[in-house]
Write a protein that binds this ligand. Sequence first.
Ligand code: AGP
Length: 615
Amino acid sequence: MCGIIGVAGAHDALGVLLGGLERLEYRGYDSAGVALVAPDGVLWRRRSAERATSLVHLEAALPDAPAGSTSGIGHTRWATHGAPTVANAHPHLDCTGHLALVHNGIIENHRALMAELVERGHAFTSETDSEVLVHLVEEARAAGADLAEALRTILDRVHGDFAVAVVAADQPDLLVAARRTSPLVFGHGAGVAVLASDVAAVLGTAEALHALGDDEVLALRPGRFSVTDLAGRPVAPRPLEVRYGLEAARKGGFDDFMSKEMAEQPHAVADTLLGRLDPATGATDLEELALGRDQLAGVERVVFVACGSSYHASLVGRQAVEAWAHLPAEAEVASEFRYRDAVVGPEVLVVAVSQSGESADTLHALREARRRGARAITVTNVVDSLMAREADGVLYTRAGPEIGVASTKCHLAQLAILEVLALHLARARDALSPATAGELAGALAGVPAAIEQALGRAAQVAAVADRFGGAEHFYFLGRRAGLPLAMEGALKLKELAYVRAEAYPAGEMKHGPIALIEPGSVVVAMATRGPLWDKVAANIAEMRARGATIVAVCDDGDEETAAIADAVLEVPPLPELLVPLAAAVPLQRFAYEVARRRGHDVDRPRNLAKVVTVE
Ligand code: AGP
């Protein structure tokens, strides 16, 4: 969703801002803008709201940028309050035109603040909630406060979530920023100071990064900075460990980020497993969880909360916890969990799963669970993200930055870490024999190689996409671990190819949805070998009898399954609960191929944002 970048002390401030905005694009946006502090002490601003190509249009509008500007701020906006128009795009200016401000988040009491400000003579030029902030800073400055003090003094009056950055025309080398809930990082590179809402935006520019904390105010200049709390007391900022470099946020020779990220999946899973699993003994090491064996042994129930692909990974995690740790487990869509009277207390371990660590639905579910007394851990790919900070413990997936909106490598890394967590719980409760734990750990250690093999079948997937990709309706069916896998396959097809794709438990079709099956319907059936293969085969027969075309996801060389299907997507055989780790690969690829054939942008599907920070 929205993104912030700021720079001070650069030879080419505009270049740094545009480079940062480009790396924020993946979050999803509908308008963009920059403001530079020109050497003559004037603020120069350009904004664009050309749908989906704002950045290109913004760049086109920049030839008249003032030469020699060393500082400025930039923003990508995903509209919430007010349509995606130029007037609503950030940066916003105060009445004097001396201050420019960018904001991520939502100011809940903006109407009341705006009414007050209008009464005091301020003129508003946008419909956004954000604009109140710049007028409030303007007033505080007029009352004699310096820029940082001005920002500090207004924050008590602001309700909501925000990351905000301000520049002033008369202080060319100063960036001032603050945050509450929405992330903000900052750091220094060769002679420059930068800040951003997302690490990816400042990779390659800053050498060491720090994270700003809630209700902290930053005054940042080239070579120095100060951070204070709202009372003006100095605060030591938290250094941020970044495990990847600029290359990780570039396409690196691939046509798109999605291809690159699919290709990175064996590494993402191998890195996520590294040091956490001993394939010889089945021993697990999740020290970073900060929950000891005794605490884990006392857990009576596990509840996963998540959205989208993270929810699908959670459904597999739930099955693994039940099967291996013999603990009652549930997985629930976070936006539903939050508003249900969920019965969770200290005996429950809540696991919030989120690639970004920022999804508002999951964040609020996590908070609600903790409010009700549950112990809560976060599984996330983003170090120091909100959910990582707010939970009692955190397990990081180590997939590196995922830029494509459709989750691929992060989804597989989530599956891997959740299965390790299930094994860890099983061992803490002595629920598995060492021999069985060892077998499972050995199989998990072999998953990166299985993913590599599954990636090698791209030609088979492309052929299936050629034959059936033009269909208008798809039904993805599965049982047990095959069901979340089917749900993930259907989600990928919907979000990338904009095709109706329904995921259903294979055994449930006969209770209603089978009425929809007719010649031309394409059924993608999860039919790898496992205890329920016979049942799935019977369900396939039911669909076939009604004229459906069957694409079966099956084990390599499984002729019996091939004989009951029109086409197969083959994957290396794995133990049943590990199957989604390899079998998600052809389903991702299938959605990718169909989307490309239909001419869609696979990295930035319509209407979607990578990081969903609204409810
Ligand atoms: C997956 O391809 C999606 N784009 C989406 O469903 C995503 O998984 C969901 O929004 C959750 O995001 P999170 O993992 O960052 O919380």
